[in-house]
Ligand binder design. Structure first.
Ligand code: ADP
Ligand code: ASP
Ligand code: MG
Length: 418
């Protein structure tokens, strides 16, 4: 006889933010189990716990080591997993909570953004095989030194997908505080519409470009192992959004632009008056890569001030700004010239859709929408399925609304770039 289906259910921080919400989540899990499923649950820290822990650390030491940050931040999930197991027990269910050292989630040692390298799912298999509900602390792992690591903000999504792969789960459900994936952040764009089916590649871009509803790494893993994801609300029973592989012959009309996203955690750095010779960019970006700093947009231009010199501007995540500036200043000294200026006042607004491959004029329409709103574009980057612009952070929400409107994304069956 086949064992009952195995379901991985992930609940985000807002879904377990209070004891009442936690009890509500417990009842949902119990209902799922009583439908005849084996349940592995992944939980995030309650509400704003992770932010609060980070703020607390800054009051003690403005520049703590990342190893200690990981130990601190992982505490949030340790608390919520234990409490959720208790809530399940209060419902009369057999439940057990686990944190990273018990879960066999092995990662590399890149503290604060570690990658999962292996999962030994045997303990969890045994647990659910015995009829218990396993509640796992999301966001954390253990490196080869047995030090606690974390997977990057929003990392519980990745824990959930990785566990679904390791346990060969039948379904992976992501429960959050909105009904699914929308054409834009529904908290910023009131007429954003829920998308019933979205492709891995579109969701990967959206997540990488700032739509926090799913962490981008989790989509990478889901795509690689072909795990369809169901993103839905923990507060109601509405069906959510399915994230699926791209169909070969999609029945539905594909709009050019699927969604618009904003990333306000962006910072811009400019190095001016660099020597104009081979190897400069390699040295700068090699040094940043060595420090595990992801660089996004890069623009190089001849220096306005001095002939034979170059300026290079690029963007990094705000949390990497200080580290990147320190590195760049050191490299500029080695290169024998250059000044470094930086600003933490930019945002990146992006449109995404696989339909862009076959529609012309999409980027121009986005630029026009920004122009009409008086929003200056500082940098642009494009790929086959996205266009991103760096703009003033203060204008980011307005930019999202304008772009959403110009592509008529709020309309039921919008077909953009007509
Ligand atoms: P969780 O705590 O469940 O992990 P997050 O706060 O990480 O939830 O993600 C959910 C939030 O993502 C929503 O409340 C919403 O404001 C935001 N969001 C941004 N872009 C989108 C989008 N395109 N669709 C849905 N939600 C989005
Ligand atoms: N608690 C972590 C965070 O706030 C992980 C997560 O919520 O997925 O980033
Ligand atoms: Mg999240």
């Amino acid at each position: 006889m086949n064992p009952p289906p195995l379901v991985v259910m992930k609940f985000g921080g807002s879904s377990v933010a209070s004891p009442d919400r936690m009890k509500n989540v417990a009842r949902r899990i119990v209902a799922k189990k009583h439908e005849g499923n084996r349940c592995v649950v992944v939980v995030s820290a309650m509400g704003d716990t992770t932010d609060d822990l980070i703020d607390l650390s800054k009051k003690i030491n403005p520049d703590p080591t990342e190893r200690e940050m990981d130990l601190l931040m992982s505490a949030g999930e340790q608390i919520s997993s234990a409490l959720l197991a208790m809530a399940l027990q209060a419902e009369g269910e057999k439940a057990a909570a686990f944190f990273a050292p018990q879960l066999g989630i092995r990662t590399d040692s890149v503290h604060t953004k570690a990658r999962i390298v292996d999962i030994d799912g045997s303990r969890l298999q045994k647990e659910v095989g015995n009829g218990s509900i396993a509640v796992c602390a999301g966001f954390q792992g253990l490196d080869s030194e047995n030090d606690i690591t974390t997977l990057g903000r929003g990392g519980s999504d990745t824990t959930a997908v990785a566990l679904a792969v390791a346990l060969r789960a039948d379904v992976c459900e992501i429960y959050t505080d909105v009904d699914g994936i929308y054409t834009s952040d529904p908290r910023i764009v009131p007429d954003a519409r829920k998308i019933d089916r979205i492709y891995f590649d579109e969701m990967l871009e959206l997540a990488s470009l700032g739509a926090k509803v799913m962490m981008n790494r989790s989509i990478e893993v889901a795509k690689k192992y072909n795990v369809p994801l169901h993103v839905r609300s923990s507060l109601n029973n509405n069906s959510g959004s399915m994230i699926v592989p791209e169909e070969e012959n999609p029945m539905m009309e594909r709009p050019a632009v699927r969604a618009v996203a904003v990333d306000k955690d962006q910072a811009r750095i400019t190095a001016t008056d660099l020597p104009d010779k081979p190897g400069v960019a390699a040295k700068i970006f090699g040094s940043l890569a060595d420090a595990n700093i992801n660089v996004d947009m890069i623009v190089q231009s001849s220096s306005e001030q001095s002939a034979g010199k170059n300026d290079i501007s690029f963007t990094v995540g705000s949390t990497d700004l200080k580290k990147a500036v320190d590195r760049l200043k050191a490299v500029a000294v080695e290169l024998g010239g250059g000044h470094v200026v930086s600003g933490d006042d930019v945002a990146k607004v992006s449109i995404v859709g696989v339909g862009m491959r076959s529609h012309a004029g999409v980027a121009a329409r986005m630029f026009q929408a920004l122009a009409e709103a008086g929003i200056n574009i500082e940098m642009i980057s494009t790929s086959e399925i996205k266009v991103s612009c760096i703009i003033d952070r203060k204008q980011a929400d307005e930019a999202m609304r304008r772009i959403h409107a110009v592509f008529e994304m709020g309309q039921p069956a919008f077909v953009a770039a007509r």
